[in-house]
Design a protein around this ligand. Structure first.
Ligand SMILES: Nc1nc2c(c(=O)[nH]1)N[C@H]1C(S)=C(S)[C@@H](COP(=O)(O)OP(=O)(O)OC[C@H]3O[C@@H](n4cnc5c(=O)[nH]c(N)nc54)[C@H](O)[C@@H]3O)O[C@H]1N2
Ligand SMILES: Nc1nc2c(c(=O)[nH]1)N[C@H]1C(S)=C(S)[C@@H](COP(=O)(O)OP(=O)(O)OC[C@H]3O[C@@H](n4cnc5c(=O)[nH]c(N)nc54)[C@H](O)[C@@H]3O)O[C@H]1N2
Ligand code: SF4
Ligand SMILES: [Mo]
Length: 689
């Protein structure tokens, strides 16, 4: 037998990053093990990463391009070749553009996976098409954009630095391993003795380890953040020299947080007043301290103000750009994103974005998914007729999933590139089977603000009729008439991205990871990248764009009689959003969707462990199994997200509706700056079916 070991980085099971050692025998992956020498994960990998071989060989995998045969969603397909597939794609898009202009077509991708999102933006820009939809408005952009307006960079928790205290806010890195590296770094940071504060409504393993756990009422992070600021400013716990020299707007901020007394905040957030005081004092009194914030802080219609207030917390405590605080990670030298996405080809882009029509922040790179869906349904401000999606499953991951279904069904043409036949793919006219990690050269973390890129080389051949996203877009782009703006081969794209670093893909593959330079306190030389050159506690940019320049919070309403519980959620530990329920190894760990509720609450409702229950909000009802646990407050329930059933092949839509959390999430109220709908903290009730 011919076999050999290789090293690579785990990819596309989350944002990726753990180092893997892979044995290839006779052209197949024989073994996948954690890589003890990897600089990030140092010998650790989760069950998802270790399922990489099963992912390649799964019987559920798409292996041929499929063209719809019956009516939309009927589950009848014809296998076709790539030439015909690319012709169909090209002619559908060309026809829509010729009839109604480039606004009539759209593209979409969800969570960041690799460089293909940016290549899709390139094609859209060359076409003068502003409609590239994404999930950034609920994923990182509220944090990133509010940081950009406040201090001009995205502050990354420096868990590798000398942090004395970690404030973990709505983030659970040992499950989600944010950007693929934070779980391991956090563990080491705590092992070195850093003190831990956790803000989470669920008593997670980390909450159990924490010195202070604030079991926040879901959706009140804005109030709590202002409460922290109130205590810190009132008690003079701020870093005065930094604040005086490097910030503007302290007086205004002090006024804005003045009403958020510990009493008021404790009542609104369902926490102890003393615990709040202790947490604010511990965080502000530890130097340096880092704030690791997660998705939960950007899942409410007040996402922008919440994130802004959290940046203020880092700033007033002097932790911005401080080793062990929240640093500005420097990217390695790579092709500039604006060049890669051919921004020059479409100067009108900002004006044409649907985002402008909805009056949200002008700097968002993608169109919030629900805004695209509204345009398809309302045909306003213009009708969108054709959609290409890659690496996204909007039927499961966009809010108000029933509207998504209606909108997708209404398109003239939908093409979906995926690895399996998802509920979204089931509604398509054309389904394209993609290659997976280890089957094609790939590069991770390009375009993310963490200061490194990871190599994910090709180790085995893909199934003969699968193609990489880069290949598909590159070939399609040439057929759309941009031969001179695309490449001969997809490998050339990776070389082009790496060229400024002086490395070829082959060199990079040998290195494994490319880090940017590590620098601290760059503001001492150049100031902060804001209009005033300082950290703007009162944001001149938000003001210029017509938004409130200071953070504000909304006191929550007491739960009503009809919906007495509060529903929240988190990412599935053993899956990636809606993906990978088809892998037995992972599915065995988590066979069915579960809603976590307190035994007292279950007792009142006469509900037993594992019983099927209806989870209902004012917007819809789904069924999951009751999981009784005292890790949640009796009035809070935490439901599973992303569930469909790949094994239900008798149903063309694979049971998409039954347990789908996003049939319970509305888009009727959204953040005015970031367009974030209410993803968490929904009024809810639980009943027997
Ligand atoms: N209720 C609720 N909704 C949420 C969230 C939440 O917490 N709660 N989280 C939000 C967040 S943070 C995000 S990022 C979004 C995620 O939203 P999506 O990105 O839409 O989520 P996924 O389910 O990961 O869908 C990705 C699809 O890509 C496929 N895929 C995997 N690898 C590849 C590849 O290499 N190429 C191609 N073409 N396809 C591939 C998978 O099979 C899967 O079907 O969801 C958001 N929606
Ligand atoms: N296993 C796995 N890993 C993933 C992903 C995945 O789908 N699966 N997705 C990836 C993506 S795209 C992203 S964006 C990241 C997200 O990763 P994280 O930022 O860690 O986000 P979540 O898991 O959604 O939620 C984190 C914590 O928020 C808590 N929480 C729920 N509601 C609230 C609330 O109202 N306030 C507060 N303060 N906390 C609350 C939850 O109990 C949970 O412990 O994970 C990435 N990694
Ligand atoms: S934590 Fe993420 S990067 Fe690490 S092995 Fe698991 S899925 Fe892969
Ligand atoms: Mo995300």
């Amino acid at each position: 037998m011919n076999h050999e070991w290789f090293t690579t980085h785990c990819a596309r099971f989350d944002h990726g990053g753990c180092g893997l050692k892979v044995e290839v025998a006779d052209g197949r992956i024989a073994k996948v093990l954690p890589d003890p020498d990897d600089p990030f994960s140092r010998g650790w990998a989760c069950p998802k990463g270790l399922s990489a071989a099963e992912r390649l060989e799964s019987p559920h995998r798409l292996r041929k391009p499929l063209k719809r045969k019956g009516s939309r969603g009927s589950g009848r397909w014809e296998e076709i070749g790539w030439d015909e597939a690319l012709d169909l794609l090209t002619s559908a898009f060309q026809k829509a553009i010729a009839d109604s202009g480039p606004e009539a077509v759209a593209f979409a991708q969800g969570a960041p996976k690799g460089p293909e999102f940016f290549l899709m933006l390139r094609l859209a820009n060359l076409l003068q098409c502003p409609n590239v939809a994404g999930t950034q408005h609920v994923c990182h952009m509220p944090r990133e954009q509010m940081a950009m307006v406040t201090c001009g960079f995205f502050p990354v928790a420096d868990l590798e630095g000398p942090a004395q205290c970690v404030l973990l806010w709505g983030s659970n890195p040992i499950h989600t391993n944010e950007e693929g590296v934070l779980g391991g770094h956090l563990k080491e940071c705590l092992d070195r003795g850093a003190r831990l504060i956790v803000v989470d409504p669920y008593r997670t393993t980390l909450a159990e380890k924490a010195e202070i756990w604030l079991p926040i009422r879901p959706g009140t992070d804005d109030v709590l953040a202002l409460g922290f600021l109130h205590v810190i400013l009132r008690e003079g716990l701020l870093d005065r020299p930094f604040v005086e020299k490097w910030t503007v707007g302290l007086e205004d901020l002090a006024q804005a947080v003045e009403p958020y007394t510990p009493e008021r905040v404790a009542k609104a957030c369902w926490i102890e007043r003393e615990a709040l005081l202790n947490a604010a004092r511990l965080y502000a009194g530890s130097r340096p301290a880092c704030l690791q914030w997660g998705n939960a802080v950007e899942h409410t219609p007040n996402s922008a103000a919440t994130c802004q207030a959290l940046v203020h917390l880092m700033a007033v405590t002097g932790n911005l750009e401080e080793p062990g605080g929240n640093i500005r990670a420097q990217a390695p030298r790579l092709l500039r994103l604006s060049d890669f996405i051919a921004l020059d080809a479409f100067p009108e882009r900002p004006k044409k974005l649907l985002n402008r029509h909805h009056g949200i922040i002008p700097r968002l790179i993608s169109v919030p998914g629900w805004i695209l869906i509204r345009s398809i349904l309302d045909q306003a401000p213009y009708p969108v007729r054709c959609l290409y999606t890659q690496g996204t499953n909007p039927m499961m991951t966009y809010s108000d999933a029933d509207s998504v279904r209606r909108a997708l069904s209404r398109l003239d043409f939908l093409a979906v590139a995926d690895q399996v036949l998802t509920p979204t793919a089931a509604l398509a006219d054309l389904v394209l089977p993609v290659t997976l990690p280890m089957e094609t050269d790939d590069l991770g973390h390009y375009g993310l603000p963490h200061g490194f890129v990871t190599a994910r080389p090709k180790l085995v051949d893909p199934p003969p009729e699968c193609r990489s996203d880069l290949w598909i877009l590159n070939e399609w782009g040439k057929r759309m008439g941009f031969r001179d703006r695309f490449w001969d081969r997809p490998e050339d794209i990776l070389d082009a991205i790496l060229a400024p670093s002086g490395l070829s893909y082959g060199d990079f593959r040998e290195k494994g990871v490319l880090f940017g330079p590590r620098k601290a306190r760059t503001y001492l030389e150049k100031g902060f990248k804001t209009p005033s050159g300082k950290v703007e506690l009162k944001s001149s940019l938000l003001e210029r764009w017509g938004f409130p320049p200071l953070p504000h919070a909304r006191d929550p309403e007491p739960p009503g009689n009809d919906f007495p519980l509060i529903l929240t959620s988190r990412k599935p530990k053993d899956f990636f959003h809606s993906a990978y329920r088809h892998l037995d190894r992972l599915r065995r760990r988590h066979p069915q969707p579960q809603v976590h509720l307190h035994p007292e609450t279950a007792g009142e409702l006469g509900i037993r462990q594992d019983q099927k229950v209806v989870v209902e909000t004012p917007w819809g009802a789904v069924t999951q199994r009751a999981h009784l646990t005292d890790r949640v407050h009796p009035r809070v329930v935490l439901a599973d997200y992303g569930w469909w059933f790949p094994e239900r092949t008798e149903d063309p839509l694979r049971g998409w509706a039954e347990a789908n959390l996003n049939r319970l999430t509305p888009v009727d109220e959204t953040d005015p700056v970031m367009a974030t709908p209410r993803v968490r903290a929904l009024p809810c009730r639980i009943r027997k079916p």
